[in-house]
Write a protein that binds this ligand. Structure first.
Ligand SMILES: Cc1cc2nc3c(=O)[nH]c(=O)nc-3n(C[C@H](O)[C@H](O)[C@H](O)COP(=O)(O)O)c2cc1C
Length: 204
């Protein structure tokens, strides 16, 4: 399958069969993560592969928000594998502004006086992680597996559940598994509303 076909095939899947994912496919999924590009090739992440039933149930409960879904997102626990994406801002490339202009550093080298709350402060960690996980979604689609990005998570609860260190972030959870329901594609904005040429033009 070519890449565009995999992109077109991928959907958010919210219903999974319990079938085990064969090892050779699982290895391809993990390799897709491994081969992703990252700022400065820092690879500032670690992915937890959760297969334990009880942990999956607790994880699904922790993917909750108020007042929308206080009970969590139960479908996550149906999947045979749930990937939890953790990032390390300290080891990612960071962009910030000093007097002389834009400066790049590895997170742990950023001077303590830099205001990390300022809009000028931007780490590549989230982009890095998103690329790696998206690689996984496309290889999964190619292999007939469903995935779903889950960003509505109680990060504090998941960190506690999975013993994630304080200086690491949990950014996304992704169930992976075979499914009997492959929905129709969801709508997208027309190209002219998301692409412009040569300079920014508002047509959003
Ligand atoms: C960063 C991010 C976070 C998301 N969080 C959730 C989530 O918590 N729960 C969920 O069911 N879907 C979640 N989604 C899936 C989106 O709702 C879905 O991608 C969108 O509606 C488009 O549908 P499609 O993925 O089938 O094309 C998330 C997607 C992204 C990219």
């Amino acid at each position: 399958m070519d890449v565009l076909s995999a992109i077109k095939k991928r959907r958010s899947i919210r219903s999974f069969r319990s079938d085990r994912i064969p090892d050779d496919i699982m290895n391809k999924l993990l390799e897709a993560i491994q081969l992703a590009p990252s700022g400065g090739n820092r690879q500032p992440y670690r992915f937890i592969v959760v297969q334990d039933k009880d942990i999956k149930v607790k994880l699904a409960e922790a993917c909750r928000w108020y007042p929308g879904r206080p009970q969590g997102q139960g479908f996550i626990a149906e999947a045979p594998v749930v990937i939890v994406a953790c990032g390390s801002e300290g080891s990612a490339v960071v962009r910030y502004y000093k007097d002389e202009g834009m400066t790049l550093a590895i997170g742990w080298d950023v001077p303590t006086e830099v205001d990390k709350e300022s809009v000028a402060y931007q780490s590549t960690m989230e982009m890095d992680l998103a690329i790696a996980l998206d690689h996984l979604t496309l290889v999964a689609a190619e292999e007939g597996l469903g995935t779903c990005w889950v960003g509505a998570i109680d990060e504090r609860e998941i960190k506690q559940l999975l013993a994630v260190p304080d200086d690491r972030r949990v950014l996304a959870v992704m169930p992976v598994g075979f499914t009997d329901s492959w929905p129709e594609p969801r709508p997208r904005k027309p190209l002219e509303r998301i692409i412009c040429y040569d300079k920014y033009s508002r047509n959003e």
